[in-house]
Ligand binder design. Structure first.
Ligand code: ZN
Length: 141
């Protein structure tokens, strides 16, 4: 069998190096073939049916943007990366919400995710949702 192009990349590592194989199970009415997919990069596997319903996980930066604008009237401004080679950080965001007393507050970082993360930590007081922690861990690899 072959893997058709409609199958998503690995949801864990985003790898596209996938191996398809058949898993045979013994049922009351005989042996049944279950087509499966395994990621060669991280070795996770699932049936083709389950795999095709897996959705790629959004990048951490997007999860952070969603968290920062989740509450009514809260806003996030993403600035262009710093183009010149000065000593300043490369990325900056400005956020506004109850945690900034409704005034624009600027956060900076080495990249957009880091700048968003600084703002997010200010908003949550240091707690990180499991979804965002997972996304950061995945991208750090
Ligand atoms: Zn994988």
């Amino acid at each position: 069998m072959s893997i058709d192009g409609a199958i998503y990349p690995c949801p864990l590592c985003l790898g596209t190096n996938l191996n398809s194989f058949s898993h045979w199970v013994s049922l009351n009415d005989g042996m049944k073939e279950i087509p499966k997919v395994q990621c060669r990069a991280c070795h996770c596997e699932a049936s083709v049916q389950a795999w095709s319903t897996r959705k790629p996980v959004p990048p951490a930066a997007w999860l952070l943007v969603e968290a920062l604008r989740a509450d009514e009237a809260h806003s996030v401004t993403l600035f262009c990366d710093n183009p010149d080679f000065n000593m300043g950080p490369d990325s900056a965001v400005e956020v506004c919400g109850d945690y900034t007393d409704w005034s624009e507050r600027r956060f900076e970082g080495d990249n957009l995710t880091a700048a968003l993360m600084a703002a997010y930590l200010a908003k949550t007081g240091g707690t990180v949702s499991p979804e965002i922690a997972d996304a950061l861990k995945r991208e750090a690899r």
